[in-house]
Design a protein around this ligand. Structure first.
Ligand code: UTP
Length: 277
């Protein structure tokens, strides 16, 4: 049976909300305590059975490539000391995954970033992780929950969560019919609607499983809100033809693209992971 092996990480955005730190450092490399955001995302993808990591980068993002590579000098320096243990998780990732990169030359939006990744994905279903949405779960990770659903339904799936009504303007928002607990068939989707016109308070977060026909759809999708090619618009087209599901995942999400969410996640990981290690 076809399984999902590839996970795409669009990581070309400027991260302006974190300036000045993101002037020369990728937002995806900001650490929650001592591990960069993108590493948590890769670990979640691995836990869902994926081993081919595809990253869409841009100018100023080389630290991401260096992170998933060997640092000979450093490793020689700490060889045989207790500090070697700090590299255990990243070594495990490097031993079990392949990494491929492509650059988005102009930041024309998330939809465009995903289309830029086509060269790395080819013609197969794939996952997408926005590393600045950091998710914690008690059991299976969010992607693992979504892969299980994909095996049953074989169509694109977006992860959603309920957000306060007055925050719909920050998200893609869906309208759907609940077909089983927490699972909706999408009828409509709107990118960043004002609360008065939002079709619901079910907001799309940074986890997707996409079927490869999405690439042709994005190619035909004109720029939308903010002049950017929006993945939400492409998914709306896909919803009309083949069906898109929205899944209220089990777990908690931190919006690490904002300072407040990033600080909350840092504190959470310090208390729940770092102190208990
Ligand atoms: P955001 O909307 O969070 O934008 O992008 P941003 O540039 O990262 O951050 P701010 O708003 O300026 O602070 C959501 C995701 O889509 C990727 C980003 O890297 C992030 O993972 N993205 C967005 C791209 O890869 N390319 C784009 O053209 C736009």
């Amino acid at each position: 049976m076809e399984t999902i092996k590839k996970c795409l990480f669009p990581a070309a955005g400027y991260g302006t909300r974190f300036l000045p730190v993101t002037k020369s450092m990728p937002k995806e490399m900001l650490p929650l305590v001592n591990k960069p955001l993108i590493q948590y995302g890769v670990e979640e993808a691995m836990a869902a059975g994926m081993s081919e990591v595809a990253i869409v980068t841009g100018r100023g993002k080389r630290a991401i490539e260096d992170h998933f590579d060997i640092s000979y000098e450093l490793e020689h320096q700490i060889a045989g000391t207790s500090k070697e243990g700090f590299l255990k998780d990243i070594r495990y990732i490097m031993d079990n995954c392949t990494f491929s990169y492509t650059r988005q030359i102009e930041m024309k939006g998330l939809g465009h970033a995903i289309l830029t990744g086509e060269t790395l994905i080819g013609h197969e279903p794939f996952a997408v992780v926005l590393a600045d949405d950091y998710c914690v779960t008690e059991g299976d990770g969010v992607l693992a929950q979504m892969v299980a659903l994909y095996k049953e339904h074989r169509c694109s799936i977006v992860a959603i969560e309920e957000v306060p009504r007055d925050e719909t303007f920050k998200y893609g928002v869906i309208d759907g019919e609940e077909i089983s607990e927490g699972l909706y068939r999408v009828n409509n989707m709107v990118e960043k609607p004002d609360p008065e016109v939002a079709p619901s308070n079910l907001a799309i977060i940074g986890r997707y499983i996409l079927t490869p026909d999405i690439f042709d759809i994005i190619r035909d999708t004109p720029p939308g809100r903010n002049g950017e090619v929006q993945i939400t618009d492409a998914l709306m087209t896909q919803a009309k033809s083949g069906g898109v599901l929205a899944y209220k995942f089990k777990g908690r999400r931190f919006d690490c693209g904002s300072i407040e969410g990033f600080m909350d996640a840092s504190n959470y990981n310090y208390e729940h992971i770092y102190k208990k290690r």
